[in-house]
Design a binder for this molecule. Structure first.
Ligand SMILES: NC(=O)C1=CN([C@@H]2O[C@H](COP(=O)(O)OP(=O)(O)OC[C@H]3O[C@@H](n4cnc5c(N)ncnc54)[C@H](OP(=O)(O)O)[C@@H]3O)[C@@H](O)[C@H]2O)C=CC1
Ligand SMILES: O=C([O-])CC(=O)C(=O)O
Length: 265
C-alpha cells in the first residue's frame, strides 16, 4: 500500500480516482487543486480525501506525488515536492521545453535525493525509442492527429475554422520544442518522444486536425544505425476532455502499481 498525493483533479485525476477506488495497492488520499477547483473537488470526493491548494498544506507526507494538472503545476508543486524528498511522477512533460525547467527539476531532485519519473502517457514504445537513442538514432518524425474539437482553445483556432473543417489539415509543423510551447495541452507526447530520443530541437512534429477521426491518433517513425521503427496508436479520448487519451491515465496508474509490485513492466 502506498499513499499518493495527486496534483490536479480534472479528466485524468477523476479517472484515476475511479480506477483506484477499491485497489489495495494505491491510496489516492490527498489531492492538490487550484483555488477555483476546491469546491468541485470537495463535493466530488467527500471526507476520505484531503484536498488542499498548496503542497505544504498536505496533512501527511505522501509516499509519492503524481501530477496530472498543467505545465505550471511543475513549478508550483513538483519542484518543491522533489526538493523535500518526495518522489514524483509527471504527465505535463511539455513543460520541459521551457527554458531552465529540466535543470530546475533535476536540481530539486538532487537536493532532495528524490526521483522524477516521466511516464509514456498517451504514446507507447518509448522504451524502444530510448534504447535506440543509445544505438544510433538519426531521425524521429511524429504526427499527432485529433478531431477538430480536441484543438479548441489552442493556436490551431487561428490557423483554421475548426467548426467547418472538411479535410485533415496541418495546424503546426516544426520542432518538438515549439510544439510543446505552443500547444501545452496537446503536445506532451511530442515532448516525451523528444526527450527519450533525439531531443526537443531535432525531433520533427506535425499536429493535424482531422474531421474524419473519432480517436486521437499518435504516430511516429524513427531510424538510425539501430534500424527502423514505427508506432501508431488510436487512443480513445477521456469523456471529460477530448484532448486527452484514456491511455494517459492508465500509464500513470501503471507507474504507481509498478512501485509496489515485486516485478512487472
Ligand atoms: N504526457 C501525455 O501523454 C499527456 C499529458 N497530458 C497532460 O496532463 C495534464 C492533465 O490532463 P487532463 O486531466 O486531461 O486536464 P484537465 O484540464 O481535464 O484537468 C487538469 C486539472 O488540473 C488543474 N490544475 C491545473 N493547474 C494546476 C495547478 N497548478 N495546481 C493544481 N491544479 C491544477 C485544473 O484546474 P483549473 O482548470 O482550475 O486550472 C484541472 O482541474 C495536462 O497538463 C495535459 O496536458 C494529457 C494527455 C496526455
Ligand atoms: O492525450 C493525448 O492524446 C495526447 C495529448 O494530449 C498530449 O500529447 O498532450
Amino acid at each position: 500500500m502506498q499513499h499518493v498525493a495527486m496534483v490536479g483533479y480534472g479528466a485524468i485525476g477523476s479517472h484515476l480516482m475511479r480506477m483506484f477506488a477499491a485497489d489495495a495497492r494505491v491510496r489516492l488520499d490527498q489531492v492538490i487543486v487550484g483555488a477555483t477547483g476546491l469546491k468541485k473537488a470537495q463535493a466530488a470526493l467527500g471526507d476520505g480525501v484531503a484536498i488542499v491548494t498548496r503542497l505544504e498544506d498536505l496533512p501527511r507526507r505522501p509516499d509519492v506525488l503524481i501530477e496530472c494538472a498543467s505545465h505550471r503545476a511543475l513549478t508550483e508543486h513538483v519542484v518543491p515536492a522533489l526538493a523535500s524528498g518526495i518522489d514524483s511522477i509527471i504527465l505535463s512533460i511539455g513543460a520541459l521545453a521551457n527554458d531552465g525547467m529540466a535543470e530546475l527539476l533535476a536540481e530539486a531532485a538532487n537536493a532532495g535525493s528524490s526521483r522524477l519519473k516521466l511516464v509514456s502517457g498517451a504514446i507507447g514504445a518509448i522504451d524502444a525509442l530510448a534504447a535506440a537513442q543509445l544505438g544510433g538514432l538519426d531521425e524521429v518524425v511524429y504526427v499527432g492527429s485529433k478531431p477538430p474539437s480536441s484543438w479548441r482553445g489552442s493556436p490551431g483556432e487561428s490557423v483554421v475554422c475548426l467548426d467547418s473543417l472538411a479535410e485533415a489539415t496541418t495546424l503546426f509543423k516544426g520542432s518538438a520544442r515549439d510544439a510543446a510551447r505552443l500547444y501545452p495541452k496537446n503536445a506532451n507526447v511530442a515532448a516525451a518522444l523528444a526527450l527519450a530520443g533525439l531531443g526537443l530541437d531535432a525531433t520533427q512534429v506535425r499536429l493535424v486536425a482531422d474531421p474524419s477521426l473519432s480517436h486521437n491518433v499518435h504516430s511516429y517513425t524513427a531510424q538510425g544505425r539501430f534500424g527502423r521503427m514505427s508506432f501508431t496508436i488510436e487512443g480513445m479520448a477521456l469523456p471529460d476532455n477530448p484532448k486527452t487519451s484514456a491511455l494517459t491515465a492508465c500509464s500513470l496508474a501503471r507507474a504507481l502499481i509498478n512501485r509496489v509490485e515485486p516485478m512487472g513492466f
